[in-house]
Design a protein around this ligand. Structure first.
Ligand code: PLP
Length: 405
């Protein structure tokens, strides 16, 4: 009997047969990756122009991150929070110092960080602000994306994300993203928080109007409301600064972090922010078996060290300017609009052009991996270790697949 190596089709068939169909991936089966490049099971190489939705800001298998993980794997990986371990305090201190915050609540997935922030904001509203029990409101933005739990989809405005998952959690008011007046009108004496993505990633890399985030800060200050910034995708160097809020010189009361915090190695998320707000949590009130585990903390510490150099923020800023300049040259040549900030762009394909899906598949055939969001937007978010020549290659491929429309 001769062993026949499984093909791309075999692997896809396995996925289709045994894994739930809650995603529609491109037909590429990745077997290895390094830096900005991945290799499929056929040995074909692709430039990664998505970076795990910014979970891979430092590229695949960054040597410093892998070394930190391997080192920790040889020591201790899990204790649960029943006991102390020697990485937790260091991780929390270093992350707090990097972010200029007081306290850190470590969790795992991004959705858990958002859930945690919702719980904290509510508890703060009852215990500190004096909102009557069970009446706290949180203002969110339309077209938001904050994760997939039942409470989070309760305040999604995306029908696909919500349909058939009710009954929903009450206590949220959605108003148009970018509209300060709408937020002001929605604030009451029961408002605990405004929860906002400083740049909306899933919605298509939507940057709000200049001054919007500053105005939200002002409304929060005037009304004793918490500003909660979901920087899970926009934060940690993606937009050219540590936080996307930094572009407007705005500080949040709470930040939710995730994705790149785990260095592309494992899920690590956190809520960071004001000590008097995070301080409302007492033992037994909230937690997670894996939250703040030694392996996560060791990798998270290595991520903090990379960010502390400022090198990745700078790369995103400089290469981002180059990316946006190049993409903007395609406007009128198959591209209707380019949005974004730093090394992050939403490329709106012109009417009459290929669908986002078709464009992504055509890019894949040309060796660049990208993914659409909604029908007509390509989401570009390369690892921040990418070179300028590689950025040019990716843009060239985008130009080819959208050309002629
Ligand atoms: C990805 C994302 C989340 C959810 O993170 P998961 O790790 O997928 O649960 C929440 N908020 C924003 C802005 C995100 O981009």
């Amino acid at each position: 009997m001769t062993a026949v190596a499984p093909t791309t089709a075999d692997f896809i068939e396995l996925d289709e047969r045994w894994s739930t169909h809650n995603y529609h991936p491109l037909p590429v089966v990745i077997a290895e990756a390094e830096g900005a490049w991945v290799t499929d099971v056929r040995g074909q190489r692709y430039l990664d122009f998505l970076a795990g939705y910014s979970a891979l800001n430092f590229g695949h298998r960054h040597p410093a991150l892998v070394a930190a993980a391997v080192e920790q794997l040889g020591r201790v990986t899990l204790t649960s929070r029943a006991f102390h371990h020697d990485q937790l305090g260091l991780f929390c201190r270093e992350l707090a110092e990097l972010t200029g915050t007081d306290l850190v609540l470590p969790m795992n997935s991004g959705a858990e960080a958002v859930e945690s922030a919702v719980k904290i904001a509510r508890k703060w509203a009852y215990q500190v602000k004096g909102v009557p029990q069970d009446t706290a409101q949180i203002i969110v933005a339309g077209s938001n994306f904050h994760g997939r739990t039942t409470t989070i989809v309760s305040f999604s405005t995306d029908e696909v994300a919500r349909a058939d998952f009710g009954p929903f959690t009450p206590g949220f008011t959605a108003v148009k993203y970018g509209d300060v007046e709408a937020v002001a009108a929605a604030i009451t004496d029961r408002t605990a928080a405004i929860l906002v993505e400083p740049v909306q990633g899933e919605a298509g890399v939507v940057v709000p109007p200049a001054g919007y985030l500053r105005e939200l800060r002002r409304l929060c200050d005037e009304n004793n409301v918490l500003l909660v910034a979901d920087e899970i995708q926009s934060g940690l160097a993606r937009t050219g600064t540590l936080f996307a809020l930094d572009h407007e010189g705005v500080r949040a009361d709470l930040y939710t972090l995730g994705k790149a915090l785990g260095g592309g190695i494992l899920p690590v998320s956190a809520v960071v922010g004001r000590g008097d707000v995070l301080g409302v949590l007492k033992p037994g009130e909230h937690g997670s078996t894996f939250g703040g585990n030694p392996l996560a903390c060791a990798v998270g510490r290595a991520v903090v060290r990379l960010l502390a150099t400022g090198e990745y923020q700078e790369r995103s800023r400089v290469l981002g300017e180059h990316l946006h300049r190049s993409l903007n040259e395609l406007v009128g040549r198959g591209v209707a609009e380019v949005r974004g900030r730093g090394l992050w762009a939403g490329v709106e394909i012109a009417p009459g052009g290929p669908s986002g899906r078709a464009a992504s598949e055509a890019m894949m055939a040309r060796g660049v991996l990208c993914k659409e969001t909604h029908e007509t937007t390509l989401r570009v978010a390369p690892p921040l270790v990418i070179t300028e020549a590689e950025v040019d290659r990716g843009v060239e491929v985008i130009a080819e697949v959208v050309a002629g429309h």
